[in-house]
Design a binder for this molecule. Structure first.
Ligand SMILES: [Zn+2]
Ligand SMILES: [Zn+2]
Length: 390
């Protein structure tokens, strides 16, 4: 596929920063602004094709969302007045003027990535502003108004894809995407997240298995670090995807699993996160002929974590992963210091080299991470013809 494939695609438009719930809200658009600046100044964007986007149409949004909900969001959008019955105008999702246009543009960007890959123009495409996985068909939830990954998957199904795998590594359960495809065995959703006992949205238990066990949930205990997280990924994701044989892979890369994230309690490092990105990339080449659409997602440590995590993601998508020891450019540090009151990171690594034993070589029934892995495998592996225990 080298030589034949065209440059991977990064979808970007400065207007994507208009997805802005206002001062003090955790999902601050500075996080994608600082990411694009870091990727640009490290030369990462020189190795991809940059492409713009247009807002998703109402018909495209209606692949997933109720028409009444889209109309309600449009009404909120005109005047910025709340509609609490639709989840807009509450602390998580403040109402703002232009919310429809900003949200439809985020979905449009993920659709642009999806069209580029499905048409064969490129193998991989990424929208770091996307990944709004909590939005429900009829209401906003968890900072998410329209569910761009779900719309992209529904679009793929409507355009001839027969088996879509969705892998969600955000620290929160990918509840919106799971809900949309819960009864559809053509879509395998796999979400690795902090246990619903300690984190929003309170769902994502392994017992939520959906049609033909195609809803897969790995609920990890608070405090799980790189080694446990990656061990769980390897024990669940590759075997299920190999069995499912997807036509195309859609992934959500929320980086709020990082130890510094203010909203959650997993303990991953940047190095654990970029290791996961590389694993997902390899699975696309192994299983889907390289067809891979990646999105951003959550991530609320705006300076130390998000820009570096998603610059690594774009670099992985480009086929030229960054040496983690790479220093951050001084010009970027100056830009970051001018925008936020924080000392920017000096290098692209947290200095970790995650190592962990393979689950297949044995497990400890008393270990909380291994118990989480076993619960997930017991819930869904037999339906896929796989042994739950090594
Ligand atoms: Zn999240
Ligand atoms: Zn590749």
């Amino acid at each position: 596929m080298l030589g034949m494939s065209r440059l991977p695609r990064v979808i970007w438009d400065d207007a994507l920063t208009s997805y802005d719930f206002g001062p003090g809200h955790p999902l601050a658009p500075i996080r994608v602004d600082l990411t694009m600046a870091l990727a640009r100044e490290l030369g990462v964007l020189d190795r991809v094709e940059m492409s713009g986007c247009v807002p998703a149409t109402d018909d495209e949004l209606a692949l997933v969302h109720e028409r009444d909900y889209i109309q309600a969001v449009r009404r909120v959008s005109e005047r910025g007045e709340p509609d609490v019955s639709r989840g807009l105008g509450v602390p998580d999702n403040p109402a703002f003027t232009g919310v429809h246009e900003a949200s439809a543009l985020v979905t449009g960007a993920t659709l642009a990535a999806t069209r580029a890959v499905w048409s064969g123009e490129t193998d991989h495409a990424v929208n770091i502003a996307g990944g709004l996985h909590h939005a429900m068909p009829g209401h906003a939830s968890g900072f998410c108004v329209y569910n761009d990954p779900a719309v992209a998957i529904a679009w793929l199904l409507a355009n001839g894809a027969d088996r879509v795998a969705y892998v969600d590594v955000d620290v929160h359960h990918g509840d919106g995407v799971q809900t949309v495809f819960y009864h559809d065995p053509r879509v395998l959703t796999v979400s690795l997240h902090e246990s619903p006992r300690t984190l929003f949205p309170g769902t994502g238990d392994p017992s939520e298995t959906g049609a033909d066990c195609t809803s897969v949930n790995v609920a990890l205990p608070a405090g799980t670090g790189d080694a446990g997280w990656l061990r769980a990924f390897d024990a669940v994701v590759p075997p299920l995807l190999r069995e499912f044989q997807p036509t195309i892979l859609v992934s959500q890369h929320g980086c709020d699993s990082h130890a510094l994230d203010p909203l959650a309690h997993l303990m991953l490092s940047l190095d654990g996160q970029r290791t996961a990105y590389a694993k997902i990339h390899r699975l696309a080449h192994e299983l889907t002929g390289g067809r891979w659409i990646a999105t951003g997602g959550g991530g609320y440590e705006l300076v130390q974590v998000v820009p570096r995590a998603w610059t690594h993601l774009i670099a992985e998508v480009s086929g030229h992963p960054l040496d983690p020891a790479t220093p951050t450019p001084e010009s970027w540090r100056e830009y970051a210091r001018a925008r936020v009151r924080d000392l920017p990171p000096l290098t692209m690594t947290d200095g970790r080299e995650p190592e962990y034993p393979d689950f297949a070589d044995g497990y400890d029934p008393a270990d909380p991470v291994d118990r989480a892995i076993v619960a997930t495998r017991k819930a869904v592996f037999p339906s896929h013809g796989l042994d739950p225990l090594p």
